[in-house]
Design a protein around this ligand. Structure first.
Ligand SMILES: [Fe+2]
Length: 196
């Protein structure tokens, strides 16, 4: 959890300083997640190749815009609660507890396979934050619920590309972006995914 000790000079009426401090720390972690995600999505938008390039390239941009908006809403909620959002690239790299997206130029299927793993991580951590907010701040929780809804919808768009007619995901069981890219891309594209 990021920066739980940020000293607040004021907060929103009716909330204790202790609760507001916890919510600000929790939101700072979400700000890192949203900022990292919209950068990752643009990176994928620029690096996908292959026969389905244009559909995947164009599918990603509306989600970039939405996630960028999430970051703005999170940062402004931090400020509303009396905190100071950290929005710089250096703070993100220092504050995040996950590795940078690992795939460079690769096929649409490989990137979508890797994005399946990315979304599993981001959505799980968002749901943890949502549950923690049950006893802290329902207004902030409401904001995160709407963001989760949008991300879960996009995750389905991603997974629909990885699914067969029986509903089986090609990435099932993969826990790393590289393994998921390999599983989604097939053997012929395997080297491209790992040799970025
Ligand atoms: Fe573009």
């Amino acid at each position: 959890m990021a920066d739980l000790k940020q000293k607040l000079k004021y907060t929103t009426p009716g909330m204790s300083d202790a609760d507001a401090t916890k919510v600000v720390g929790l939101l700072q972690d979400r700000l890192y997640a949203a900022n990292d995600l919209h950068l990752t999505l643009k990176h994928v938008h620029w690096n996908v190749v292959g026969p389905h390039f244009i559909s995947v390239h164009e599918m990603i941009d509306p989600q970039v815009d939405e996630v960028r908006g999430f970051a703005d809403d999170i940062a402004e909620r931090i400020a509303t609660l009396g905190g100071s959002p950290k929005g710089t690239a250096g703070a993100l790299v220092e504050g995040r507890n996950w590795d940078e997206y690992s795939i460079g130029r690769a096929t649409t299927q490989e990137h979508l396979g890797a994005l399946d793993v990315v979304y599993q991580g981001v959505i799980s951590s968002y749901r943890d934050a949502m549950n923690e907010l049950d006893d802290l701040d329902l207004v902030t929780q409401d904001m995160l619920i709407a963001q989760i809804n949008s991300m879960e919808l996009f995750h389905w768009f991603v997974r629909a590309h990885l699914e067969d007619k029986g509903g089986n995901l090609s990435t099932s069981g993969a826990t790393t972006e590289e393994d998921a890219a390999l599983a989604a891309g097939g053997a012929t594209d395997a080297d491209a995914a790992v040799a970025h």
